[in-house]
Design a protein around this ligand. Structure first.
Ligand SMILES: Cc1cc2nc3c(=O)[nH]c(=O)nc-3n(C[C@H](O)[C@H](O)[C@H](O)COP(=O)(O)O)c2cc1C
Length: 302
């Protein structure tokens, strides 16, 4: 009902052929249990994870809040997932219907000197089972933000993962997922980083820690507490990041645009800003699977 089959929707990017450019963003199928079924909704790709080496419970509940008046969500799940071994077990059941991205991170308890080890463990473990990788360095709910925002550390991390990639017979594309809250100086650093490492692309963006302009009351937001904001309220912000990266780099690398896509128009704006592919999460929650069809049909008309 929701799949749009048309070769005009195909996108070739970092050596992969996506049957259409609309994907499911990370955090929905954290343990890779639903991707075979979710592919029937017509997604062109599905990103599983974030997977961490060991399983972890994440933050105490309640940790997910709908802001209905804003068409947004605040979450502080904190990388709740069953860990690498479970993800591998699940991915062995892949029926091959859709491109799978592996979004990887570090355990919350991991000491800063061992962050790279965590990413490498997940990278090695998932390498045979996913089509592309995402280094998630932008989750606002797992602490350690300072280190994962530091350019020197990111250089070290990316180099280590690329070295691991080269040890395999076939190499998998590696992307970096960034926050929507980076300023222009930080975005310039990301552009430099991609140029220096030849990384395959960027996913912009993760959830935001900024809460300005929300319809939800101060009292309600205070009651909710910490967490990353997603959905409509971050749409413009993430589109701005995509536009800045694409323009300033002269479109030097592929971009997956995500953040607040709740309509076909929102998706087209991301593509216009420089996104090669798009992903949805909160829009999928509020609008349902018809959103996938609407976006693909609008792209065909574009
Ligand atoms: C409940 C929830 C859990 C999420 N978990 C993850 C995650 O594990 N890893 C990740 O990279 N992004 C995660 N995200 C971020 C989304 O993948 C996406 O980048 C963000 O929500 C912006 O897109 P949206 O406005 O369409 O939701 C999560 C988002 C939500 C709402």
């Amino acid at each position: 009902m929701y799949a749009v089959e048309n070769t005009k929707l195909e996108r070739k990017l970092f050596g992969l052929t996506f049957k259409n450019p609309v994907g499911l963003a990370a955090g929905f199928d954290k343990n890779a249990v639903l991707y075979n079924e979710l592919s029937n909704f017509g997604f062109g790709f599905i990103e599983i994870g974030t997977v961490t080496p060991k399983g972890q419970a994440g933050n105490p509940k309640q940790r997910l809040f709908r802001l209905k008046e804003d068409q947004g969500i605040i979450n502080r799940m904190g990388f709740n997932n069953e860990g690498l071994e479970t993800a591998i077990k699940q991915l062995k059941k892949n029926k091959g219907k859709v491109i799978i991205g592996g979004n990887i991170g570090k355990n919350t308890q991991t000491k800063p000197e061992d962050y790279t080890k965590d990413y490498l463990e997940c990278f090695h473990g998932l390498h045979p089972y996913v089509d592309y990788f995402v280094l998630n360095v932008s989750c606002p709910n797992v602490g350690s933000h300072a280190k994962l925002n530091d350019k020197d550390y990111l250089l070290e991390l990316i180099s280590a993962v690329q070295k691991a990639n080269n040890s395999f017979e076939t190499q998998k594309p590696i992307l970096l997922k960034i926050a929507p809250d980076l300023n222009e100086g930080q975005l310039d650093e990301i552009i430099e980083l991609i140029a220096e490492t030849n990384l395959d692309g960027v996913i912009a963006s993760n959830t935001s820690t900024d809460r300005t302009g929300l319809k939800a009351s101060e009292a309600r937001l205070a009651e909710i507490g910490n967490g990353g904001l997603s959905g409509k309220p971050i749409n413009e912000k993430s589109t701005k990041v995509i536009k800045y990266l694409a323009t300033k780099s002269n479109k030097a690398f592929p971009i997956i645009g995500v953040g607040g896509i709740h309509s076909a128009k929102d998706a087209l704006e991301k593509i216009e800003a420089g996104a090669d592919l798009v992903q949805i999460y909160t829009g999928f929650i509020y609008e349902g699977p018809k959103l996938i069809k609407e976006i693909n049909e609008a792209i065909l008309k574009m």
